[in-house]
Design a binder for this molecule. Structure first.
Ligand code: ADP
Ligand code: 5GP
Length: 214
């Protein structure tokens, strides 16, 4: 079986549409998928750990990373800075592992434009079935107060306006059905010719077998 090149799997959605839930399911399905742990200047929420959900950094530390070229992409979201450190992504991809990014549309655009992203990005946008359901999910998650929920809902319209920049768009109505579609997408994309570097060698061998027969 041919070895394969890692995918940069970009998941974006308005906040509350379900991308963290789907990302967790993807990792349960295939523990080899690496999560890109972002750096952020926002304060940790209760239960969040430095280095697990995010690398929590001061604006000065964050800007120093950007200046040193250590970020694959970075953007301001809800008034805070967020960015994806480049080194772990490069290490995972060259080891043939997929890397999953939970980033907004600005980050999605930047990752697709990198040399790695150009060849190996797979971008998926998650839509909620309705705006009422989106708000309901934000409330039921129980993480944010009314003011934060109102800010997230305002940002949602902007996020959704970028849906057509993505390779795939899933409406996350029934969670199991959406996850099944996500599995199908990832499984198929892993089989793309560009993800299978050993094919050149396999075809060369097939050709030399032809020559041996003639
Ligand atoms: P995001 O990461 O996009 O902000 P989450 O994954 O945190 O969203 O989901 C927001 C809330 O909605 C969570 O409480 C989650 O359990 C719930 N949720 C996710 N997908 C569905 C779904 N298809 N149907 C009902 N609830 C869902
Ligand atoms: P939260 O603060 O709720 O964890 O995330 C807020 C938003 O920031 C989400 O839309 C999330 O996808 C986005 N985000 C998280 N990490 C990054 C990142 O590294 N880069 C970019 N561009 N967006 C990010």
């Amino acid at each position: 079986m041919a070895s394969r090149h890692g995918l940069l799997i970009i998941l974006s959605s308005p906040s509350g549409a379900g991308k963290s839930t789907l990302a967790r399911r993807l990792r349960d399905w295939d523990p080899d998928i690496r999560f890109s742990v972002s750096a952020t200047t926002r304060p940790p929420r209760p239960g969040e750990q430095d280095g697990r959900e995010y690398f929590f950094r001061t604006p000065e530390e964050f800007n120093a990373m950007v200046k040193a070229g250590a970020m694959l992409e970075h953007a301001e979201v809800f008034g805070n800075l967020y960015g994806s450190p480049a080194a772990p992504v490069q290490a995972a991809i060259s080891a043939g592992q997929d890397v999953l990014f939970d980033i907004d549309w600005q980050g999605g655009q930047q990752v697709r434009e990198t040399s790695l992203g150009n060849l190996h990005a797979l971008s998926i946008f998650i839509l909620p079935p309705s705006i009422a359901e989106l708000e309901q999910r934000l409330r039921s998650r129980g993480q944010d107060d009314d003011a934060v929920i109102a800010t997230r809902m305002r940002k949602s319209r902007d996020e959704i306006s970028h849906w057509a920049e993505y390779d795939y768009v899933l409406v996350n109505d029934d969670l199991d059905a959406t996850f099944a579609r996500l599995q199908t997408i990832v499984s198929a994309e892993r089989l793309r010719r560009s993800q299978q570097p050993d094919l050149v060698e396999i075809v060369r061998r097939l050709n030399s077998e032809f020559e041996e027969r003639s």
